[in-house]
Design a protein around this ligand. Structure first.
Ligand SMILES: NC(=O)c1ccc[n+]([C@@H]2O[C@H](COP(=O)([O-])OP(=O)(O)OC[C@H]3O[C@@H](n4cnc5c(N)ncnc54)[C@H](O)[C@@H]3O)[C@@H](O)[C@H]2O)c1
Length: 403
């Protein structure tokens, strides 16, 4: 494909929430004009959701716009006033709420409006193409794909690109090329399965984190200190990430996965209804996009955290954030990592060697968890240096199982 082939002449994003506004900003950052449509304002005279999205983009930190003047490339509108102008688009990105019924309704309206060559893609977090377009004519399905961006769009390089059974090859090639070359994304082609790659794992991990934090009576700072940098995932941890994604959106995402995943899937054991989260949404605490969430800023600018009560009806009053915990966890993890890098002592005392050998033998190959216990980093690295086929035949008697 030549470079010009994948360029789009007119792009629109429908849904001006966290993701739609971020996607529009990145398209504007790349020098393209983009339409950004959402519902009309609730009250006459109020700013529309798309107009408010521009205000949020201009105030975003870290900034989603590479320069504030890029906002001028985003043309805002509403689906009631501006739907007809979608007929001129050659790529429309749907980023409305994670509700199958709402998305399907929108596709039916789009089908009646857009031109025959227009590509439509969804930013859904969880819903496979086969469900999104099951009611749509073949011609629409051939021009439909999933482009799943991550939050915040400017900074998260990953783009999951999903092809449906009917999606035409040139549609996928064009989206892959444009997103890679123009928007700077690392495109990963995924199978059409619930949650694709990232969310199939990530949403499950988040739900386990929330359930376990509540079960163990942890504070959110403690939980995030554990499930953040020390585990090699972003420092937002679980609760900070919930705030970033949007707490209301997460409820829809979890409900969607529960609806789609087969009975017996491990996901059904986590992420049941959480009364505290439902009460937070009810009170407008939907995360960073709302009045705050698990973390928030008080009227005096003080950083606050919400105690985990697990009981929804009476949300506990937020209290001052304990900032020492994440730092302490990060320091401990950094110190542990530094210790791992140190070369091991030349030779351990004989008794220790005997003991270690005996312990390894007793665990017979050590396939189970904890097999690295008591070994130095250098020993673990050493396991990988030679082609070992298992404890019985290993020339180095390193006790590794496979390399
Ligand atoms: N928030 C995240 O971190 C994240 C990450 C990746 C993917 N997603 C997916 O992106 C999509 C949007 O998520 P979000 O976080 O931006 O949600 P959001 O709640 O912030 O925004 C959704 C927007 O859709 C609008 N909307 C609802 N119905 C509409 C309609 N019929 N027509 C036009 N606009 C309509 C709402 O007014 C709202 O502004 C969802 O499918 C979600 O699963 C979200």
């Amino acid at each position: 494909m030549s470079q010009m082939d994948s360029n789009f002449k007119k792009i629109a994003v429908i849904g001006a929430g966290t993701m739609g506004s971020g996607i529009a900003a990145q398209i504007a950052n790349a020098g393209h004009e983009v339409m950004l449509l959402d519902l009309p304002a609730r009250n006459a005279g109020d700013a529309s959701p798309a107009e408010r999205a521009i205000e949020r983009l201009l105030a975003s930190d870290p900034p989603q716009l590479m320069h504030k003047r890029n906002a001028a490339r985003i043309i805002t509108g509403t689906i009631s006033d501006d739907f007809a102008s979608l007929a001129e688009c050659d790529w429309i990105i749907e980023a409305v709420v994670e509700r199958l019924d709402i998305k399907k309704d929108l596709y039916r309206k789009l089908d009646a409006t857009v031109g025959p060559d227009c590509i439509v893609s969804s930013n859904t977090s969880t819903i496979p193409i086969r469900l999104l377009v099951e009611d749509m004519p073949t011609a629409f399905r051939q021009r439909f794909a999933i482009t799943h961006y991550f939050n915040p769009v400017r900074y998260m390089r990953l783009l999951e690109l999903v092809r449906g059974t009917d999606t035409a090859g040139d549609v996928i090639d064009r989206l892959a090329d444009f997103n890679d070359r123009v928007l700077g994304k690392g495109v990963v082609r995924c199978a059409d399965t619930p949650g694709f790659l990232g969310n199939r794992v990530g949403v499950f991990a988040l739900q386990v984190g929330i359930d376990e934090a509540m079960r163990c009576g942890l504070d959110i700072e403690q939980a995030d200190a554990l499930m953040g940098r020390p585990m090699g995932i972003p420092k937002t941890g679980v609760f900070g990430l919930y705030d970033l994604i949007g707490i209301d959106l997460m409820v829809d995402v979890v409900a969607s996965l529960r609806n789609i995943l087969p009975e017996g899937d491990a996901f059904h054991a986590v992420g049941g209804r959480n009364d505290m989260i439902m009460a937070m949404i009810e009170d407008g605490f939907t995360g960073d996009k709302g009045r705050g969430g698990f973390y928030m800023t008080g009227n005096d600018g003080a950083e606050m955290a919400r105690p985990l009560t697990g009981k929804g009806a009476m949300l506990a009053a937020p209290r001052a954030l304990d900032k020492t915990l994440p730092d302490a966890a990060l320091r401990a993890a950094t110190a542990a990592a530094a210790a791992e890098e140190k070369p091991p002592p030349a030779r351990r005392p004989r008794a220790a060697r005997e003991l270690a050998r005996g312990a390894r033998g007793a665990r017979g190959g050590e396939l189970e968890g904890g097999r690295d216990e008591g070994r130095s980093a250098a020993e673990r690295r050493g396991r990988r240096r030679h082609a070992c086929r298992g404890p019985a035949s290993c020339p180095s008697q390193c006790s590794c199982v496979m390399t």
